[in-house]
Design a binder for this molecule. Structure first.
Ligand code: PMP
Length: 413
């Protein structure tokens, strides 16, 4: 691969400056540390529809969508107008706006099992709060979760290791996705002290293919929760609104007690939400919930506009069709050049990786070569489709992938 130094010159200059004044330069998910150095842009300048431009002026068809929030396309005019109209009225005031009530009513009407909604800003706000609600409701201590699942950055669940006490995880217990024996073992060991089970609708660990639930997996978890009085919390932060507008559980034939949303709820505006069954209303009203910006109405106006468009325009089926076209095309292009690939996850939230690529080296080169041609695939985080990706955009992407595979073949990768 040729040097990308010129292509990403300004990104690299900014990163060098950032390293002086920001720990790690860029931290968290967006850290470039896990990709080939200099293979992808570090800083973005602007975005529109399904495209964005980095600070060096390079254009990309965007298959990460801001790590998921952008479901209708960047700068969607109706969502932006709803937020701007609200912002002209009030940005940060002493009381919630009427839009909070309208949004709660709309979401409760959409999410089939729910009777109430609350709002925060980030996904972690809601997963952590739901864990507390489960404990308050049951007056028990233990929380079961899946090993390798991401639920946010709070001490009970962060994937990081620094700054933690053993006590932070003393009552958090991991079982393995699709492994009911490991779930039943925890259940037997802690029976009567388990407050809740928190899970994503399908398993989407970083650096690995996604895994769908095996037949019988969700029904077993759901019936154990009902039988044992454990609160079932669905973390639908990543997949929510892309698989089913009633909540992603509707695709898998079960019902949770609490559900957490964030990401796609407001097409990029900062908002998260938790919804729950009527039986959990009392516990929900007891667990304190607040934040400096949590009542801010513009993001709520954006969410209301976004979710209404998702429903009116049946965006879920558009995303599925687009994802299918992308993944089938990529598998075919790979096969044409002799690469065996694995497509995993639902088409609207897909991931593609090379079979026999244990170090992810091929994956890294593939994403870098496609980026040089004008599309952004993340090398180790699942991808996202938006309603702004047209069949023409996807065809153009497949052409870029075809060229990238050909270059890799020539270079013996
Ligand atoms: N749960 C899941 C499944 C997520 O994907 C994320 C965000 N990647 C979170 C929780 C945490 O959300 P946030 O980063 O907004 O706190």
């Amino acid at each position: 691969m040729d040097s990308n130094t010129d292509r990403y010159r300004r990104s690299q200059e900014l990163f060098a400056r950032a390293a002086q004044v920001i720990p790690c330069g860029i931290y968290g998910h967006a850290s470039p540390a896990a990709a080939l150095p200099g293979a992808l842009p570090y800083y973005a300048e602007r975005a529109d529809g399904c495209r964005y431009w980095d600070v060096d002026g390079n254009e990309y068809i965007d298959y990460l969508c801001g790590y998921g929030p952008v479901i209708l396309g960047h700068q969607h005019p109706v969502v932006e107008e709803a937020a701007a109209r609200q912002r002209r009225n009030a940005l940060c005031v002493n009381h919630p706006g009427p839009v909070m009530v309208e949004l709660a009513e709309y979401l409760v009407s959409l999410i089939d099992f729910s009777a109430w909604a609350v709002f925060g800003k980030n996904g972690s706000d809601m997963t952590t709060w739901c864990v507390q609600v489960a404990r308050e409701h049951t007056q028990r201590r233990k929380i079961l979760k899946v090993a390798g699942a991401y639920h946010g950055i709070d001490p009970w669940c962060t994937p990081g290791h620094a700054g933690l006490l053993d006590e932070d995880r003393a009552h958090i217990h991991d079982f393995s996705w699709n492994d009911l024996e490991s779930f039943d073992r925890l259940l037997a060991r802690h029976r009567g002290d388990i407050a809740g089970v928190i899970m994503t609708p399908f398993h989407h660990p970083a650096f690995k293919p996604s895994e769908m639930p095996a037949p019988g997996f969700w029904p077993h978890i759901e019936s154990a929760c009902r039988r044992e009085g454990m609160v079932l919390i669905l973390d639908d932060i990543r997949a929510g609104f892309r698989l089913d507008l009633r909540g992603s559980h509707a695709c898998f034939g079960f019902e949770p007690d609490l559900i957490c949303f964030c990401k796609a709820i407001a097409n990029g505006h900062a908002l998260s939400a938790a919804l729950g069954r009527k039986e959990l209303r009392v516990a929900a009203s007891r667990v304190f919930l607040s934040g400096s910006y949590w009542n801010s109405p513009p993001a709520m106006a954006a969410a209301l506009a976004c979710v209404q468009i998702l429903k009116q325009q049946e965006i879920v089926s558009t995303l599925r069709r687009s994802g299918e076209m992308l993944m089938q095309g990529l598998l075919q292009a790979g096969a044409k050049h002799g690469y065996a690939m694995l497509a995993s996850g639902p088409p609207a939230v897909p991931f593609l990786c090379f079979i026999d690529d244990p170090s992810s080296r091929r994956q890294q080169y593939f994403c870098a070569e496609v980026a040089r041609r004008g599309a952004f695939f993340h090398p180790h985080h699942n991808w996202f489709l938006s309603a702004a990706h047209t069949p023409e955009d996807i065809s153009a992407t497949l052409g870029m992938a075809d060229d990238a595979f050909a270059v890799m073949r020539n270079e013996g990768l």
